[in-house]
Ligand binder design. Structure first.
Ligand SMILES: [Zn+2]
Length: 269
């Protein structure tokens, strides 16, 4: 018997918490070492090809790990089409003659990597940080490949995983044309500015030349961001600046309509 009785509502909360904890422990102990624990840990991977396009995919018998090969099924040309980052991370360039050809690896952190094989060319520098949806290469047929396609893989601690897009597991058909995937990998580097008379400068410096002035809230495409002069304005302090693709200059992130000082999903310049 308790000397100081726990109120009824509090007792119920404790009971629920204990039950939840036991369920969690039970689940953890029972879960197999790979697929089932994966969704909670993985980045939210999106299609490795541009927003709006539809591609079909297959897994042939001689395929490495849990790869899927993709070709376009929306009438567009597979060869020469951009490949885009499935999630944000650090991209590194590689080459394997007679195998992967030109290939890109993106390290997403937390043990997760994605592979993109047979590229005709690379679109970002070795070691560059990339945003989800950012172009990383051009689809080709380099290495051991019988025609242009994207060979795509998701790995956790070096082990190929069943591929999931937006958290949903894809099928592994033996031939193309049975399953299709439409990309919603539209990037998240579109923002809107706020305030009036916002100056866009040639660099992330308060004394850099003004290249243009935004009269009011303006939709902008942020290519990348970097640290520059510390800006105090509108009650905020921020040292991060965004490079605007279309205005060809930098604006303090204070004037980007987003609560974070450093914008999520935007690579560092
Ligand atoms: Zn393949």
């Amino acid at each position: 018997m308790l000397h100081s009785p726990v109120p009824r509502s509090a007792r119920r909360t404790v009971t629920v918490l204990v039950a939840a904890l036991l369920a969690l422990l039970g689940l953890t102990a029972a879960a197999p070492a790979q697929a089932d624990v994966r969704p909670a840990l993985a980045p939210n991977f999106k299609a490795p090809f541009p927003c709006g396009q539809q591609w079909t995919y297959s897994h042939h018998s001689a395929e490495v790990r849990r790869a899927l090969d993709f070709i376009r099924s929306d009438g567009g040309s597979t060869a020469g089409t951009p490949q885009v980052a499935s999630a944000a991370g650090t991209a590194t360039r590689h080459y394997q003659a007679g195998g992967a050809g030109n290939y890109m690896v993106i390290d997403h952190g937390g043990g997760w990597k994605t592979y993109y094989f047979h590229l005709a060319s690379f679109s970002v520098a070795n070691g560059q940080s990339v945003a989800q949806g950012q172009q990383i290469g051009v689809t080709g047929s380099t290495g051991n490949s019988s025609g242009a396609h994207i060979h795509y893989e998701q790995l956790y601690n070096g082990v190929g995983q069943n591929i999931r897009i937006n958290g949903t597991a894809l099928a592994y058909p033996g031939s193309y044309g049975q399953y299709h995937l439409r990309s919603d990998n539209c990037g998240n580097t579109n923002f809107t500015t706020w305030g009036t008379g916002v100056r866009v400068r040639a660099d992330a410096r308060l004394n850099a030349a003004v290249v243009t002035t935004l009269p009011g809230p303006t939709p902008v495409y942020v290519e990348c961001q970097k640290q520059g002069d510390v800006v105090h304005a509108e009650g905020y302090t921020n040292e991060w600046w965004s490079r605007l693709r279309d205005q060809r200059g930098f604006v303090s992130n204070i004037y980007i309509d987003h609560p974070d000082a450093r914008l999520p999903g935007v690579p560092v310049c």
